[in-house]
Design a binder for this molecule. Structure first.
Ligand code: ACO
Length: 440
């Protein structure tokens, strides 16, 4: 007779519905078990009772890099990687990119519904009220060397904010959490722009709250001596769309870092600094920077076939291609590719576009990439657009972090409010030396 491991079906299984189960026979003991299946998953903890004897710790799952492990229940973002679908709170990314502002989408991601006119007005006011940073934050940023990478400055400054708002550590208090959300969404463009201005040795430009979120960021980045910065409408809208496309992406590396650090009840500034640090790597938010460096290295359209050959021989990767989840065209890349034409009509055409298009054409026909389902991801074209808009390559990961803050904070809130959540603490397979004595 199978031993039923879970004593009762989950409360989420509707009354009267047949309980789906997984039957397991342990060949070591001959015992059988029946484990509930819920939403296509089994609980790893249900396996713990599968033991060879009383001394046995119990069966664990082994899943380096979380290739097949759901770490949480979430209602924020849905991805179907096979079909190339991305939904925020149920809304398709292309509709949001076409019809909404970034602040509307940030509200949706954080609170679950698109804001009404009144809610949007209040939300925008709250964010605007928090765009300025303390003068000591500015002085802290001054202390970095002239050639410091802006992402290093950004990560450090986020962590430093924790010392300016010590009450933020009361993470179980809803009002306190809400205030930090306004602060973080309001301040990240300011910190990002100050990091850039620092690298140029140019005076910091204070926020202009008459402008939209994206326009204000452009003003803080690029304003020189104008009494009023007048952003290019097409470029400001393109930036807004890029912010929308980057706002959340379910349990990616940096979001997992946010949840993991936040699970110890660290304050949101330290948690977000950790998430931003995870985003910095070339396999994640640093990828669009890596794409441009790759395009520079290729140099011309004629060199593309040789480069693709090298990639196939294992001499490096085609940056901006491939994704852990998307095994079809990344829906964000489709939107960006369309937008690139609008941006290049306003700016000089980026000469690297020709190389990128040729690279994409060859790779999409090549069996190596087709077989492995490697398609352009969001980073393949975003770097070209940012560069055409005069953002330096070093700023690319920072540009990603600005809108991703809304996703990190929504996921952090969801994690803290989950009745199931405990401090994140994986197990290991210990394969090292057995106990031994230090020689006398
Ligand atoms: N170029 C060439 N080959 C690749 C690429 C690539 N970009 N990506 C994956 N492959 C190959 C691997 O070599 C492997 O081949 P094999 O089966 O013969 O060994 C196979 O495809 C599977 O690759 P994995 O590394 O197992 O895939 P994983 O899901 O771990 O990696 C990742 C996903 C990190 C995004 C990877 O595709 C990659 O390194 N891409 C380039 C970096 C990049 O663009 N990152 C941005 C991701 S999107 C974002 O963060 C916003």
């Amino acid at each position: 007779m199978p031993t039923t491991i879970a004593e009762k079906p989950s409360a989420e299984v509707p009354a009267g519905a047949a309980l789906e189960t997984l039957k397991i026979t342990d060949s070591r003991t001959g015992k059988s078990y029946e484990i509930p299946i819920e939403h296509g998953t089994v609980k790893a903890i249900d396996l713990r009772q599968i033991k060879t004897g009383p001394e046995d710790f119990g069966l664990m799952t082994y899943d380096p890099a979380f290739m097949n492990t759901a770490s949480c229940r979430s209602k924020i973002t849905f991805i179907d990687g096979e079909k190339g679908i991305l939904l925020y709170r149920g809304y398709p990314i292309d509709q949001l990119a076409e019809k909404c502002s970034y602040l509307q989408v940030a509200y949706l991601i954080l609170y679950g519904e698109l804001p009404t006119v009144t809610q949007l007005h209040e939300w925008t006011e709250h964010v605007r009220m928090h765009t300025f940073v303390h003068e000591n934050v500015k002085r802290l940023m001054d202390g970095f060397r002239y050639d410091a990478h802006p992402m290093g400055i950004f990560v450090s400054t986020l962590a430093a904010l924790s010392t300016f708002y010590p009450e933020a550590k009361n993470v179980l208090d809803a009002d306190t959490r809400q205030k930090q959300v306004w602060r973080l969404i309001g301040k990240v463009p300011t910190i990002a722009a100050f990091a850039y201005r620092h690298s140029l040795g140019m005076p910091y430009v204070y926020p202009d709250n008459d402008l939209t979120y994206a326009e204000n960021f452009l003003s803080m980045m690029f304003r020189v001596a104008e009494s009023k910065y007048r952003p290019n409408r097409v470029l400001a809208r393109a930036l807004e769309v890029l912010f929308i496309l980057h706002a959340d992406h379910e349990q990616n590396c940096s979001t997992n870092a946010m949840r993991s650090i936040g699970s110890s009840q660290s304050d949101p500034y330290c948690s977000a600094a950790g998430a931003a640090a995870a985003l910095y790597g070339p396999l994640h938010g640093g990828a669009n920077e890596a794409v441009l460096r790759m395009l520079d290295e290729i140099g011309s359209k004629a060199n593309v076939p040789a480069f693709v050959r090298d990639v196939k021989e294992g001499k490096g990767r085609l940056m901006g291609f491939g994704h852990r989840v998307y095994k079809n065209y990344d829906p964000r890349a489709k939107i960006i590719k369309r937008m690139a034409d609008e941006v290049f009509a306003e700016t000089e055409k980026n000469p690297k576009l020709e190389i990128a298009l040729e690279l994409e054409r060859i790779a999409l026909e090549d069996e190596y990439f087709v077989k492995r389902k490697l398609y352009p991801n969001v980073d393949f074209y975003s770097g070209l657009i940012y560069q055409a808009m005069k953002f330096p390559v070093d700023m690319f990961p920072v540009m990603f972090a600005i809108p991703r803050m809304s996703g990190w904070l929504a996921q952090w809130e969801e994690m803290l409010m989950s009745p199931e959540q405990k401090i994140a603490r994986p197990r290991q397979m210990y394969l090292g030396a057995q106990r031994r004595n230090v020689p006398a």
